[in-house]
Design a protein around this ligand. Structure first.
Ligand SMILES: [Zn+2]
Length: 200
């Protein structure tokens, strides 16, 4: 039996979610159609509103619904202290540690030339502009311990050559190849306090 066109469209649409193949997509579509039409409609409204209304902060690239995200718009935070992370989930993890009073720069990925992801794709041109404009006094690299994370950290280290920016790295307590979002708040707080200046 083939699905009718609308059902097939819905199943295909669900397969855009990470980790969702044909079978899971079919299960989701059937579940909504069989017994949760209201939930399905709410989902579609929330999806549309978020896809159209959420953009990126012009200073840090994190998700934002205004020109600046709440962290960049907050003058009580040290706007010259910048923690560079790979994803918005890392921002949340560090915020939960309660330890950090600076702002962020969110790459939304890592350098990965093999996958065609160069410096511009992860916003490093914007970070470089902020460095050149003298907006940053300290950078904390929290790009993770994967090969791509290391490569990204190295690239940023080269970018600040010739400036007086202090640069450090949090790695202590962060598992090899690990994502920050899976590290608990106490460990992250400890890692932030114990950040080590980098040789340059
Ligand atoms: Zn921001």
């Amino acid at each position: 039996m083939r699905h009718s066109p609308l059902v097939q469209n819905l199943i295909t649409a669900f397969t855009c979610l990470p980790g969702v193949g044909q079978r899971s997509a079919q299960r989701m579509a059937y579940s909504l159609l069989e017994r949760n039409r209201e939930g399905g409609l709410q989902l579609s409204e929330a999806l549309e509103a978020a896809m159209q209304g959420v953009s990126q902060c012009q200073r840090c690239r994190n998700f934002a619904e205004d020109v600046l995200c709440p962290v960049c718009a907050d003058d009580r935070r040290d706007q010259a202290l910048v923690c560079v992370v790979a994803s918005p989930a890392d921002v949340l993890a560090i915020e939960h540690s309660g330890e950090y009073r600076g702002r962020y720069f969110v790459l939304m990925g890592h350098l990965s030339p093999i996958d065609g992801i160069g410096p511009r794709q992860i916003g490093l041109d914007l970070l470089e502009q902020q460095i050149q404009a003298g907006e940053i006094s300290e950078i904390i690299l929290a790009t993770g311990t994967t090969v791509e994370g290391e490569a990204t950290a190295h690239y940023i280290l080269e970018m600040i050559a010739g400036t007086s920016i202090t640069i450090s790295r949090i790695a202590q307590g962060v598992p090899m190849g690990g994502d920050l979002e899976f590290v608990d708040g106490a460990t992250l707080a400890h890692a932030l306090r114990g950040r080590r200046p980098l040789e340059r």
